[in-house]
Design a protein around this ligand. Structure first.
Ligand code: ACO
Length: 430
């Protein structure tokens, strides 16, 4: 807490609040207005929370103007190039990179918890075959609470840690089961001799009838995408996890709420929407028409995978994914005309005044779907892939919150409805 204050004065009422300015270790200064109502009798109005910090956190730092993203101080570019997803998970959860022993213990724990209770598979079978996998993910994650009710004391750090590991370990198993239910394949059990991403590909694509060999290029590509998706400070889904967490709800309920928030097309659902949009555009010759639609205020169409609340510069994750897209497609020997289309769309948008003035750049979702598609992952599973990676961020943020619980999250409103009026009997209403 700094000694600087900002003077907020209501001259008509003759009242003044000296509001402290909080400076984090990095980032913009923030005015602490917690005493505003008590001292001056005002609330603040900030729909969409554009300028409101809901918590303080040590986990992830973003500088949207510069296009910077760091997990626990480490630049995303370094982690993407040199780390792996399980190590990044450890870093996000516990704050430091693990030693070799810590890493192997953590990896063993994550591997040990990959199976789910067989009754959960019965739940999955209860869904219609064409249920969206995000619906299955949200439902099954929430129902995990029913299986661990005696190990969910959120005041016990060990039980919290166990729940965090369980969620990270089981998410790929549940995701793959949701997919297999859709295509009518038998449930596959996790092969713990494989690493996290290899195991997921095996869970998704192996069939009892013939051997399946994981492609290491595909496993590494997946690992990279999970690293990039792992955390992004107080985005809509993470804020949802924290809001639910502030009530003291169990971690499975919190993460299930996060999955539901992620599903929306303005958030994680955008990766699915990007692929659908590129398919709809269909050809480079149509790009101009769709750019015009995106600029038209009377047309609800938006360029999916473009724009971000925080980044007013190139999203550093998009930069990494765009490069990876070329490398992965080349390594897998895949040619996808959608990549050319996406690049053309990006080029035209970045030169267009509308996008330049509003500082709209490609975000993490713009290119990720093209890689997922090259790995054989169907479009309806794209947001599920995001959820697997982001589970690490959700549980890290939940652990941080639960270790030091604050007050319940409870925003206020500006009421614009009717003022008091008297009830009338039904036969007296005009
Ligand atoms: N296409 C066309 N115009 C856009 C787009 C877009 N993708 N994004 C923003 N704009 C325009 C808005 O219409 C607005 O124009 P105006 O000032 O003339 O009214 C201006 O840019 C500012 O946009 P806001 O909607 O105020 O920005 P906000 O921060 O509220 O929304 C969001 C951010 C939701 C990401 C938005 O850019 C969007 O809808 N993008 C497409 C969906 C998407 O890719 N979402 C994924 C985000 S990343 C993630 O969650 C993982």
């Amino acid at each position: 807490m700094s000694e600087r204050t900002i003077r907020i004065s209501d001259e008509a009422a003759g009242k003044v609040l000296e509001a402290p300015v909080i400076s984090g270790s990095e980032g913009d200064p923030t005015i602490d207005i917690a005493k505003l109502y008590k001292e001056l009798g005002y609330f603040t109005y900030d729909p969409g929370y554009s300028v409101t910090a809901s918590c303080s956190s040590d986990i992830t730092f973003i500088d949207g103007a510069q296009g910077i993203l760091r997990y626990r101080g480490y630049p995303i570019e370094q982690l993407a190039e040199r780390s792996n997803f399980v190590e990044v998970a450890y870093l996000l959860l516990y704050g430091e990179l693990p030693s070799a022993t810590e890493f192997s213990e953590f990896e063993r724990d994550i591997t040990y918890h990959t199976m789910v209770h067989d009754q959960l598979n019965t739940f999955i079978k209860g869904f219609r075959y064409d249920a969206h996998p995000m619906a299955i993910m949200a439902g099954i994650t929430s129902s995990l609470a029913g299986f661990y009710h005696d190990q969910m004391d959120i005041d016990d750090p060990e039980q919290r840690n166990l729940a965090a590991k369980r969620l990270i370990a089981k998410m790929p198993t549940i995701a793959a089961a949701a997919y297999r239910h859709h295509v009518g394949w038998p449930i596959c059990y996790p092969r713990n001799s494989l690493n996290y991403c290899e195991r997921f590909l095996d869970l998704m694509f192996s069939v009892p009838a013939e051997p399946y060999k994981v492609n290491p290029v595909a496993a590494r590509a997946l690992d990279l995408l999970f690293i990039l998706h792992a955390d992004h400070e107080q985005n809509a889904s993470t804020s949802t996890v924290r809001l639910v967490g502030s009530t003291g709800a169990n971690p499975y309920a919190c993460v299930s709420a996060g999955i539901s928030a992620l599903w929306g097309p303005a958030h994680g659902g955008a990766n699915e929407a990007v692929l659908r949009m590129l398919n709809e555009i269909g050809d480079v010759s149509q790009v101009g028409k769709y750019i015009d639609k995106a600029k038209d205020r009377d047309d609800p169409f938006r360029l999916m995978g473009f724009g971000h609340r925080v980044y007013k510069n190139y999203d550093p994750r998009a930069e990494i994914i765009r490069k990876a897209c070329h490398d992965v497609l080349a390594d897998l020997g895949v040619t996808d005309p959608l990549l050319d289309l996406a690049m053309k769309l990006e080029k035209i948008a970045l030169e267009d005044d509308y996008f330049v003035q509003r500082k709209l750049y490609p975000n993490v979702d713009f290119y990720s779907g093209i890689i997922y598609k090259a790995l054989g992952i169907p479009t309806s599973m794209f947001t599920v892939m995001f959820a697997i990676g982001r589970t690490v961020g959700w549980v890290s943020q939940w652990l941080e919150q639960s270790a030091n619980p604050g007050r319940i999250g409870r925003p206020r409103q500006v009421y614009t409805g009717k003022q008091q009026r008297d009830y009338q009997a039904i036969d007296q209403r005009g």
